[in-house]
Design a protein around this ligand. Structure first.
Ligand code: DHB
Ligand code: MG
Length: 206
């Protein structure tokens, strides 16, 4: 058993619909954050008592489900589900409805940075999982919309090891590298890269 499989065994039993979403992701090879990172997102949203969460790049709603469960338990609020693909948005409505989370989810179809730019803040927590070439340009917009003391959680900051491959100059890999440089060298952020699954960077906005 590898570390990721072990971490998954420590995640409490989850609703059947969430497990079905994990099966669907495997079947269509869709890159969800998975149970260990999902449970960490749930914990971070609970710790920060988040009521307003904005997700950038929500897929068919797997990460949304973990954040929305926390928001419900925190007393209610809104999780923005934002994805550019209308089919994925529809699929998410189905899953999150079955999970009983519809009352705390708001759906937007569009490019996530553009949607965030035109949406009123502030947010308690922003989750960033957009296309990696877009990471650097997303940071100023996120910084503007997050409340002081708010959390930014960014997926794929280990990028399956591609960041260590000096021959890899692809725009996606360079995007992850540049975003890492920007946020770790900016004194307005306190950040830590948690090596769960593909690396979740957790950052506190001072
Ligand atoms: C991949 C994984 C992700 O979590 C993502 O957001 C995009 C791509 C991947 O492994 O290719
Ligand atoms: Mg991701």
């Amino acid at each position: 058993m590898d570390v990721e499989q072990y971490l998954e065994t420590l995640v409490p039993k989850r609703p059947a619909e969430l497990a079905a979403m994990e099966q669907r992701a495997r079947a269509i090879r869709f890159p969800i954050i998975g149970p260990a990172a999902g449970h960490l997102c749930y914990l971070l949203a609970k710790l920060s008592a988040a009521r307003r969460i904005f997700e950038m790049g929500s897929g068919f709603g797997y990460s949304t489900a973990w954040f929305a469960r926390a928001v419900q338990e925190n007393g209610g609020g809104t999780v923005f589900h934002v994805v550019w693909d209308a089919t994925l948005s529809q699929e998410a409505r189905g899953h999150l409805g079955v999970l009983g989370l519809s009352d705390v989810v708001h759906y937007e179809v569009g490019e996530a940075v553009a949607v965030l730019r035109r949406t009123d803040g502030p947010f308690d927590l922003i989750f960033n999982d957009i296309e990696k070439e877009g990471y650097p340009a997303s940071l100023p917009v996120i910084a503007e919309k997050l409340r002081p003391g708010g959390l930014l959680v960014t997926d794929n900051m280990l990028w399956r090891g591609r960041i260590f491959d000096t021959a890899d100059r692809s725009t996606a890999t360079e995007g992850v590298r540049e975003f890492t440089r920007l946020i770790t060298s900016d004194p307005r952020w306190i950040s830590s890269l948690v090596p769960v699954r593909d690396g979740l960077l957790v950052a506190l906005r001072r």
